[in-house]
Design a protein around this ligand. Sequence first.
Ligand code: NIG
Ligand code: FE
Length: 396
Amino acid sequence: MHDVAFVNAHLATMSHGELRDAVLAVSGDRISWVGARSEWHEKARVEHDARGAWITPALIDCHTHLVYAGNRAHEFELRLNGATYEEIARAGGGILSTVQATRAASEDELVRAAQKRLGQWQREGTAVIEVKSGYGLERDTELRMLRAARRLQGLEVKTTFLGAHALPPEYKGRADEYIDLVCDILEEGARLGLIDAVDAFCERIAFTPEQTRRLFLKARALGLPVKLHADQLSDSGGAALAADHDALSADHIEFAAEEGIRRMKESGTVGVLLPGAFYFLNEKQLPPIETLRRHGVPIALATDHNPGSSPLCSPLLVLNMACTLFRLTPQEALAGMTCNAAHALGIERTHGTLEVGKRADVALWEVASPAELAYAIGANPCVGVMRNGAFPRAAT
Ligand code: NIG
Ligand code: FE
């Protein structure tokens, strides 16, 4: 006897293709049956008529900076008048202006602001969201951001420590010493159980490959997986560096060289593409999609939600932008926010596909085909979402 069965549904399993007129059953917090309706001879305590809806794994947003205070609308205006993201950052704005606001915010304020933003992810069928620190750049605020992320409700949150996001002004000219501090905060955050993964910004306006390597060695010694903001504005060899440390993912990678991508394949590192940042910064360098495909590197997609480069609150719009801007197929886009996003968070054994034994995180969509999820702009065809075998809000 299963707990719940969705009947009269079509399934995009993301592991065994599409199943029309199918049944998906759930017991406890797990998927307990998947197959054609004609083969369904079992029973469930509750039957949900999906009325022909498509069911997909609930979406996974594997790269966000959701916790922060303030916003950077004024920098948007500066950029519209010709300033570049890099120029603003070098002049002390950019990430550092959000650092000022975030340092001044209490934990409760950070939770409230992030929780409010999170509503849109819930409405658009998301079950898991990764949230980075990185707007504290000192011990207390970094840990406060991570605690705030852990307190968010309604979605499963994976926390990533991004202490190496930018050099704080008080460490000007002393980046190596700052990395020492980041390693100390990392150790404390890990001991407190606040950190699921470690990230860094390896870039000419942030940290060098050598500094990144030092942090990664520390993370690996603590048993934590790493990720990297790699090759976003220039080729810093970030993709290869990430692969060298068996990173879960290398993210952005617009400027990544082929050798880096070959190494990503070897180490099982996912390429995370962030079309929101590409769009909002009006970037011109496309990520190396063909090279990723040719080497068979899994492609994930994410909002990169943050106040500077991607104030984007819609996972569905990411699917659309990945197709229009990066020429992904709608199928590749959906994989990018389900099975491949699970890989990018190291949770692929439990999340990201509709398979028996996997976590019962599913989304129901009123669409005629899954490709429609990437097609519409500003529409929300989500008619229900189940997370952990329960309905955070009623399926309609
Ligand atoms: O992923 N590249 C660095 N970090 C963010 C931007 C953060 C910010 O501008 O506040 C990103 O694009
Ligand atoms: Fe980012």
